[in-house]
Ligand binder design. Structure first.
Ligand SMILES: Cc1ncc(COP(=O)(O)O)c(C=O)c1O
Length: 376
């Protein structure tokens, strides 16, 4: 008789529910046959993809019969020159999620503790369980800012890695330079500190603190991506930055040919597309101001954000609100899936027309429909 498959799976997988991404527009279209669908659920770039990247993609379609350059040397060289680092301080992954996965795999033994914040990017927890590690979750403050002292208090002899997400997904909150310095000084040297900076290019506050200045002084790994500001989420390419020693260990487990030649060429070209980056940042800054003002008029509590999304507490039932928006062709993200209690939603900042459409539909829903008041 066939063996019950769950008993054959790794025990630690019983702690994991598969990652649920934002609903794809195609799925909503199939479900509801709406003419217009707007996706503001996955923090994608509403301005599209860097035109210079698209040009580069078209150019390399004639050589798809060839394997890619496995280590993405040219891309690493370019990133190194931009960041004023050495080529062997950069590793390229199939999205920055793969870099996070490789870092855990390369450094953490079974049952090591990994400390990370909550609410934050769900993948940290999934990966920690996938590698049979012990997740140690530290709640953000009530105003969604980081409590780095609380994180330090959780360090034990079993701690191998601490993950910080800056700016943090889904809250948009960020860690200041001074906080980063203090934190780095208080973490023991035998612990790896992974700083996920997927949204770094959107951060505007001059106090924002990247962990890059610390990569030589501590065992710090910074992860960044081409999925957000460069609009290349569909091609899956991101990178890790650290000391040569850390990167050489991660290179041991990087799957061969983990990024495609098309993604590498697109990323190389995107790095030169300063115009597209500036346009994307500008769109985000303006959209943030517009949405904050208008969402607050509708009774939303909007948290300060240094990223391309807004974390909001709503008075209504958040799942109901998201469903009402879906009926009208707008996908945002209810936060119940992030294990957050209360009525929270995350809204990706869209193009001006998308932001206006969202506000119009919210007005329609909140003035006309069920308006059940629930406390956050
Ligand atoms: C905080 C954070 N880190 C990493 C990623 C993954 O990005 P990538 O597409 O580079 O794997 C995301 C994607 O949403 C994210 O929000």
């Amino acid at each position: 008789m066939k063996h019950h498959i769950e008993s054959l799976a790794r025990k630690s997988l019983s702690f994991i529910s598969p990652y649920v991404p934002g609903k794809p527009a195609e799925v909503l279209f199939r479900e509801r046959k709406l003419e217009k669908i707007i996706k503001l659920a996955s923090n994608e770039n509403p301005c599209g993809t860097s035109p210079m990247a698209i040009k580069a993609i078209k150019k390399c379609l004639g050589s798809l019969n060839r394997y890619p350059e496995g280590s993405a040397y040219l891309l690493r060289e370019k990133l190194a020159s931009i960041l004023k680092l050495q080529v062997d301080q950069i590793i390229i992954g199939s999205g920055s999620s793969e870099i996070i996965s490789m870092a855990m795999q390369a450094f953490c033994e079974e049952h090591d503790q990994v400390i990370f914040p909550s609410p934050s990017f769900i993948i940290y927890k999934i990966l920690a369980h996938a590698f049979s590690l012990e997740p140690v979750i530290v709640q953000l403050n009530d105003d969604m800012t980081y409590n780095l002292e609380k994180i330090c208090e959780k360090i034990t002899k079993k701690t191998k890695m601490i993950i910080l997400c800056n700016p943090n997904n889904p809250t948009g909150s960020y860690i200041k330079k001074s906080q980063v310095s203090e934190f780095m000084k208080s973490v023991p040297d035998n612990i790896l500190i992974l700083c996920d900076e997927a949204y770094v290019e959107y951060a505007q506050d001059s106090e924002f603190g990247t962990a890059l200045p610390w990569i030589e002084r501590k065992n710090v790994i910074v992860t960044r991506t081409f999925s957000k500001i460069y609009g290349l989420a569909g091609l899956r390419i991101g990178y890790g930055i650290s000391s040569k020693d850390v990167i050489s260990i991660m290179e041991k487990i990087r799957p061969p040919f983990n990024t495609t030649s098309v993604a590498q060429q697109a990323a190389l070209a995107a790095l030169d597309d300063h115009q597209f980056v500036a346009k994307s940042v500008e769109n985000n800054n303006r959209g943030k101001v517009y949405l904050k003002k208008n969402l607050e008029k509708l009774g939303f509590q909007v948290f300060p954000s240094e990223a391309n999304f807004l974390f909001c507490c709503v008075k209504e039932d958040s799942n109901w609100l998201c469903q009402e928006l879906e009926k009208r062709g707008i996908i945002i993200r209810p936060m119940s899936g992030f294990g957050i209690k209360g009525n929270f939603v995350r809204i990706t900042i869209g193009k001006p027309s998308e932001n206006r459409f969202l506000i119009k539909k919210l007005e329609e829903i909140l003035q006309g429909g069920k308006n059940e008041k629930v406390r956050c």
